[in-house]
Design a protein around this ligand. Structure first.
Ligand code: GCU
Length: 426
């Protein structure tokens, strides 16, 4: 009852209605004073120099803290990879692309759970191409009207405006998210696009971890992940790594140049995937907010308590210990970005997306800087948030664009430029 009274409803940009608590702070003067943990000081107080100590001691320490306190520990890579090409390769998009669909079996064997990769390659590629790998919210068929994309049959959030009925995608869902996926532009720039429905790995609702990938890893008698074991975001990130295992075997793609990208909850996931799997060459967080790029200690917009209350399955059990106790966290999200160092990372905000705290995202990007510098790279390079629409930074790049929580042409133009620079040496 109490929750009912304190919940207001606003229109969510995935096309549905999203609940937003009324106790949310959007007043900069009410951001509490806070001290961020220093990424270059060990928990036991030792200073982290030289760079080698980052690699051998502090990075593993921070990774372990995020694993056990925030996202949860995921299982190791399966010892083998099993996949089946289910369609293609065939010409698509008026001859400009080659489309292939591949089922990747998540346990590495020809049984059990699988996820379907939709792959578009530039038709004119003469050798292995770099790729963007990104999870989607409403099935592969939602990213483009291409009628030959296999329709997802998996459980989906019931957003009727997106053509989802009775928790299943219908024909009306084809291409509903196309504005966020400029496939033709991506391939014309010489990249492959690889996408997977996140619910193939774990459906996005709190069912006590009975469906999705988690139960396949329960020990005898175990019925849900332990408090330091993986939640749904860690499972999605683990799935992205399994996609990369497959890409390593597909010689049309240069697996050393794969950028992992995601929006919102899937942006949180992209950052965690890049943090846990150093094979990802570049990471892009689009409007990822709380539990993604935004500093938790600012308590601006969505807080740790808001997110844990609304989405108890996203993070590990231990993360709930920090509801309204952000200052007790041994990490903050600048350290998540630092785990990606020295690889290129792009943090993008939207001006009106206050729920995701654009300034908190900028500050996390900025405070990852000392780690990039220690490793010989340049971070965002500015002290203050840049003007709207003006990207800044070198290895850590940041922009806040005009508009709402979404993925837009402006964002993709910036990401392609960033990828050209770092994955193609342009
Ligand atoms: C909710 C949630 C956010 C998340 C967003 C999304 O708004 O509170 O943390 O980023 O959904 O994924 O669309």
């Amino acid at each position: 009852m109490r929750t009912m009274l304190t919940i207001g409803l606003i229109l969510g940009l995935t096309g549905g209605v999203r609940a937003q608590p009324r106790d949310v702070n959007y007043d900069e003067s009410k951001v509490p004073a806070y001290v961020l943990p220093d990424p270059l000081v060990m928990v036991d107080g030792r200073a982290v120099t030289p760079a080698e100590m980052w690699r051998s001691e502090r990075r593993p320490e921070i990774l372990r803290l995020f694993e056990t306190r925030v996202y949860g520990r995921a299982p190791a890579r399966p010892s083998q990879t099993h996949f089946e090409v289910i369609s293609g390769p065939e010409t698509a998009l008026s001859g400009r692309a080659i489309r292939t669909e591949v089922d990747v079996y998540l346990l590495g064997e020809a049984a059990g759970p699988k996820m379907t990769l939709l792959i578009y390659l530039p038709a004119n590629a003469t050798g292995p191409v770099p790729a963007f790998l990104a999870l989607n919210f409403f099935g592969n068929q939602s990213i483009h009207p291409d009628p030959r994309i296999t329709m997802s049959t998996a459980w989906m959030r019931p957003v009727s405006a997106n053509g989802i009925r009775n928790n299943r995608a219908t024909e009306a869902s084809r291409g509903v998210q196309a504005s966020r996926w400029p496939v033709e532009t991506i391939i014309s720039r010489g990249y492959a696009l690889v996408t997977i429905y996140c619910g193939d790995i774990d459906p996005d609702y709190d069912d006590g971890f009975q469906n999705g990938i988690h139960p396949h890893f329960y020990r005898d008698g175990q019925t849900r992940p332990a408090a330091d074991e993986w939640g749904t975001i860690a499972a999605w990130a683990w799935g992205l790594s399994r996609a990369l295992d497959y890409l390593e075997l597909d010689d049309r793609i240069d697996h050393g140049r794969v950028a992992v990208m995601g929006h919102s909850r899937l942006g949180k996931t992209a950052l965690w995937a890049a943090a846990t799997d150093e094979r990802f060459a570049l990471a892009i967080s689009n409007n990822s907010g709380c539990g993604g790029a935004a500093l938790s200690r600012r308590r601006y917009g969505e807080t740790v308590k808001h997110i844990n209350d609304a989405m108890p399955h996203w993070f590990c059990g231990n993360f709930k210990l920090y509801n309204d106790r952000e200052s007790a966290l041994p990490v903050d999200q600048h350290m998540l970005i630092a785990l990606i160092a020295p690889r290129p990372v792009y943090i993008a905000s939207a001006e009106k997306d206050r729920w995701a705290d654009p300034k908190g995202e900028f500050l996390a990007a900025r405070h990852a800087g000392p780690v990039y510098r220690l490793l010989g790279e340049r971070g965002v390079g500015v002290e203050q948030m840049p003007e709207v629409g003006k990207p800044v930074g070198e290895m850590v790049r940041y922009h806040v664009r005009a508009g709402e929580h979404d993925v837009t042409t402006f964002d993709w133009r910036a990401y392609l430029q960033f990828a050209d620079r770092h994955l193609k040496g342009g």
